[in-house]
Design a protein around this ligand. Structure first.
Ligand code: GNR
Ligand code: NI
Length: 174
């Protein structure tokens, strides 16, 4: 188990399309363990492998409210089987877009087929925050970030802010 560095925008790595996993073996399980550690350390509710620089179709999530009781969820090679035409709006954030939040509209419900931590095929019927979060994470697998749904102006303001932050951090290091 290890906490990894989360890649933040702007960074081309986040735009890569992740590759399907051939089999859930020990290395994938180790990846999921590390991702979960990283997600909890960053106080996030979801994380896609590309956010730690690994272009595999692997996601971890934990939307449980109780801080003392973890309810980790693992998704390998997830596919949306069905999504509601009805939409809902959530204020979203992203560990790769630190400190920025915006309302995003997505299908309110969806059905996802995936492999779990043990490589077993599963189907999840999601609604509410769970549906929003899994769709946010599956976007990461396609190189899509929630800011891509905002107006050009809002998006460019956010990217400008984040690149300034990055430059300042670089100066501290140098
Ligand atoms: O921690 C996170 N919170 C969140 C809130 C609303 C909608 C989506 C999310 S996912 C985000 C963690 C993250 O960046 N996952 O990729
Ligand atoms: Ni995200």
């Amino acid at each position: 188990m290890a906490v990894k560095t989360i890649i933040t925008e702007p960074n081309k790595i986040l735009r890569q399309v992740s590759k399907p996993v051939a089999m859930v073996s020990e290395s994938e399980q180790k990846l999921m363990d590390d991702m979960l550690d990283t997600m909890y350390a960053a106080k996030g509710i979801g994380l896609a492998a590309i956010q730690i620089g690994i272009p595999k179709r692997v996601i971890v999530m934990d939307i449980s409210k109780d801080q003392d009781k973890n309810e980790p969820m693992y998704f390998v090679n997830p596919i949306i089987k069905n999504k509601n035409i009805e939409k809902s709006i959530y204020e979203e954030g992203c560990l790769s877009v630190p400190g920025q939040f915006a309302e995003v509209e997505r299908p309110s419900k969806c059905e996802v087929e995936y492999l779990d931590y043990h490589g077993q095929k599963k189907i999840l019927k999601a609604e509410g925050l769970l549906a929003t979060c899994i769709q946010h994470e599956m976007d990461h697998l396609e190189g899509i970030l929630f800011i891509d749904y905002l107006s050009k102006l809002k998006k460019s303001m956010i990217i400008k802010k984040l690149s300034k932050l990055k430059n300042n951090e670089d100066r501290v290091v140098l």
